[in-house]
Each structure stands twice: as C-alpha cells, then as structure tokens.
Design a protein around this ligand. Structure first.
Ligand SMILES: Cc1cc2nc3c(=O)[nH]c(=O)nc-3n(C[C@H](O)[C@H](O)[C@H](O)COP(=O)(O)OP(=O)(O)OC[C@H]3O[C@@H](n4cnc5c(N)ncnc54)[C@H](O)[C@@H]3O)c2cc1C
Length: 424
C-alpha cells in the first residue's frame, strides 16, 4: 500500500517537499492549496508597483506536476484537522492521510489594531498586490483631478509601515516610480505635494541585516526623498490619518502594511502545540509536538531545538526550502527503517534591493553593496522561480524595464461579470 502524504500549502516548503518525492513510487501525494498556483513572494512588491505582471512570478500547480503520476492537486481552503480520524477537512471536501504536512505559511499581523486591519493595505498575496496596484493607480487618477492642495497631499502621501526588506524595496520602487513615471505621465500632479514615509519601531531599517546594509538602505532612500521615521510605530489609522506612537499623525489614503506576520490558523491542532506568533511547535524532524504523523514546515513552524536558533529560524524562503527537502528525505528514511536526520539550517545569506542598480547583500562571512550586489540580487531571485518560461520572461522584462524605466502594465482592471443584456 502506498503511503498517502497530504500537503496543505504549495509555497516554497510544500513544493520542494513534493519535488524531492515525486519519483518515489512508495508514496501517493496530494497537494491542497486555496489557490491553483504557486507564487514567489519576494517579488510581489514589483507586481504591486506595476513593474512586472503577476504571471511572471506565479505558476499553476497542475502544470508543475503534470508529469508526476503520484502527485494530485486538490484546490481548497483548509478548515480543520481531525487527528483522531487522520482527516483534513477543506471547504471542497475531506481527505484522509497517512502523513499530513502543514505548510500554509503566515498571514499579516495587525497586532490587534482593528482600524489598521480594516483599512491598511497588506501585501502578502498576489490578490493583495493586485489590489494595491489598482489602489495606487486610482489614487493617482484622483490626485490628478483634485484641485484642493490639502486633499491632493492626502491622496499623494504613501505611508509604509515596516522597514524590513519588503518595506525598503517597496519604498525605493515607489520613489523611483514618482521620479521616472509620475512626472512624465501625470502632468496635472504637483509632485512637491507627495511624500513617501517609511516607518519602523526599531532604531534602524533592515534590522536583521548588517550595519553596512542598514546604513546603505537609509542613505539611499533618503537621497530618493523617502522620509524615514525610526523608533516610531503605528498606533491607529482612522479618518485617513495614521496615528503614530510619538503622538504625531500623517494624513494619507494609503497605509501599506509590511510590519509583521502570524502563523495561519490550523483548527484541530492541540493548543499546547501552538507557540509564539501562532507558529506550530515542531521537534528537530518537523513533527508537530503532541501529535502523530502530523508535520509542519516553513514559516508556519517553530523549531526551538537547533542550538544556533534558540528562538526559532527566521521566516525566510531558504529555511522553508531546506525544511521541505529534509522532511522528504526523512519520509524515505522512515520507509527504509533508517535513522532520521534532524534539520540544520544552512544560512546562505540575505539581501535587499534598494533602488535601481543598488542593493545590499549579506553573505555569512562578508557584506557588499552597489551594482554588483544589485546584479547578484537579480540573479538569485531568478534562479528559484518555478518554470523555465517564467525565468526567461522575467529576465527579458527586467532588462527592458531597467533600461527604459517604462513598464506599460499600469492598467486598472477589475474582473467582474457584465450584468447588462449584451447590447453594449
Ligand atoms: C512580500 C514578501 C517578501 C519576501 N521577501 C523575501 C526575501 O526576499 N527573501 C526570503 O528569503 N524570504 C522572503 N519572504 C519570506 C518568504 O516568502 C517565506 O519565508 C516563504 O514564502 C515561506 O514559505 P512557506 O512554504 O512556508 O509558505 P508560503 O510561501 O507562504 O506558502 C504558503 C502556501 O499555503 C497556501 N495556503 C495558505 N493558507 C491556506 C489554507 N487555509 N488552505 C490551503 N492553502 C493555504 C498559500 O496559497 C501558499 O501557496 C518574503 C515574504 C513576503 C510576504
């Protein structure tokens, strides 16, 4: 009898697990995901700023695994796990498993601020990136029509909460959008009324990175005109006013939230197996504590057993990829009755792009910045993209866009059914 492995979540962890087991006939694998595609979060900010198409960074699961007879896809949203029956309930049906792997990643954390949750714009999924893209373009149109200076300022101000790599990359891209595109295409807009604010509660940007990276990010963004507010956090967002912890406020229609994440909820998992940030506590082999045959990998899990990472691993793509691969090898070792390998993270470094031709790269032993770092960033972000066509397409698009500064996908599109009688 083939062992049935059900994997909930086809992100970096989930698909790398499947790719490592796809040729092993001892297993039957079902991938469950609420979307029908895999996507690449590190480049989502380029979708939100109309720089690249969503299809550049996403790939349909069914195509990805079309040659793998042991792999099937079930589109559905996880509702609950029932460990005693070994079942996973989704909104589109119930699945039985021999092994269950939870790999659903995280969602935005608004730290209990209800107004921020309701009105801020998160940027974690393709849908959110497309919504943000429409919002930015619509707000620019409104600003172009507006004659009132106060209103125009509110429309043109953008506040980004979170000075990590995503916030920094987004701030740089938006500042360049203003410089290269808004000036040329929106002549009605007074650019002197626009401000991009980047806010972080910590004393520096890119806090987990080296001081070289932090300083470079700070200086480059300041030169691009970004207003950086450190040691300050967002406390509320009401009546189009971002209220800050130092008592000041900024009027804006656009608060972009890149400030924090929390593990996706998995009803049915015992309370005592849920750790800080709602991450699932796992042992050194990624097995969820207090459960049988249930594993968690990637951003969703919290492993405290590795000596170098006593507070858990950083929530990064490489951790998810490596955990997916290690768990796949351990499933094979279970079948072969061999000793399991505990997970050990191989840190390959981190990086962030700050502006055109300028990035920062921290390798385990040294850091560098500038044009070489920028080329490294482009190369490293193309390699893990799924699908040869996506890699070539993105490389060609980037080449053209970085030279011309003129992407042409600034289209405001709302998918909807035409409700008239077809006469127009
Ligand atoms: C904007 C952004 C930029 C980032 N930049 C970087 C970077 O530059 N470098 C880096 O290393 N890391 C970066 N990260 C972090 C990195 O993307 C994550 O660490 C990584 O994606 C985690 O992989 P994962 O497989 O655990 O989860 P994810 O990649 O988040 O995948 C989760 C999957 O689960 C599915 N899913 C979610 N909920 C359900 C449900 N209820 N039912 C069914 N399916 C579900 C989702 O559709 C998705 O396919 C970034 C993240 C974001 C959001």
């Amino acid at each position: 009898m083939k062992k049935h492995i059900v994997i909930a979540g086809g992100g970096f962890a989930g698909i790398n697990l499947i790719k490592s087991l796809r040729n092993d006939k001892r297993f039957r694998i079902t991938l469950v995901d609420k979307n029908n595609y895999h996507f690449f979060p590190p480049l989502i900010y380029q979708v939100a700023t109309s720089f690249i198409e969503a299809s550049n960074i996403s790939y349909p699961f069914r195509k990805l695994f079309s040659n793998d007879k042991h792999v099937s896809f079930h589109m559905g949203n996880l509702i609950r796990v029932t460990p005693e029956n070994r079942t996973l309930e989704t909104d589109t049906g119930t699945l039985h498993y021999d092994y269950l792997v939870l790999a659903m990643g995280t969602e935005s954390n608004f730290f209990g601020m209800e107004n921020v949750r309701k009105h801020a714009l998160p940027m974690k999924t393709i849908e959110e990136a497309l919504y943000l893209r429409n919002h930015i373009l619509l707000t620019l149109e409104e600003a172009a029509r507006n004659k009132d200076i106060k209103e125009a300022e509110k429309l043109q101000n953008i506040v980004i909460a979170g000075g990590g790599p995503t916030g920094v990359e987004l701030a740089g891209m938006l500042a360049e959008m203003g410089k290269y595109i808004a000036q040329r295409e929106y002549p009605e807009i007074k650019l002197s009324l626009s401000s991009i604010y980047l806010i972080d509660a910590l004393p520096s940007l890119l806090s987990p990175m080296s001081t070289v990276a932090q300083k470079t990010a700070y200086e480059t963004l300041r030169e691009l005109g970004v207003k950086i507010l450190l040691n300050v956090s967002v406390k509320d967002y009401k009546d189009c006013k971002v209220i800050l912890s130092d008592g000041k406020s900024i009027e804006t229609e656009t608060l972009i939230w890149t400030s924090g994440v929390i593990g996706r909820e998995v009803p049915g998992i015992p309370e005592e197996s849920i750790g800080k940030g709602r991450r699932l506590l796992v042992d050194a082999y990624n097995k969820v504590e207090n459960t049988q045959n249930i594993y968690a990998v990637g951003d969703l899990c919290l492993m405290l057993s590795e000596e170098k990472y006593p507070n858990g691993h950083p929530q990064l793509a490489q951790v998810a990829i490596q955990q997916g691969k290690n768990l796949a090898a351990n499933f094979q070792r279970i079948e072969d009755e061999k000793v399991l390998h505990s997970f050990e993270y191989n840190d390959k470094g981190s990086m962030a792009i700050i502006s055109k031709f300028n990035a920062v790269v921290d390798l385990p032993k040294y850091s560098f910045k500038g044009f070489l770092a920028w080329l490294t960033w482009l190369f490293i972000h193309i390699i893990p993209l799924v699908g040869f066509r996506s890699k070539v397409q993105l490389a060609m698009d980037w080449f053209r866009l970085f030279i011309t500064n003129n992407p042409s996908i600034r289209l405001i599109l709302y998918p909807k059914k035409n409700t008239n009688n077809g006469t127009t």
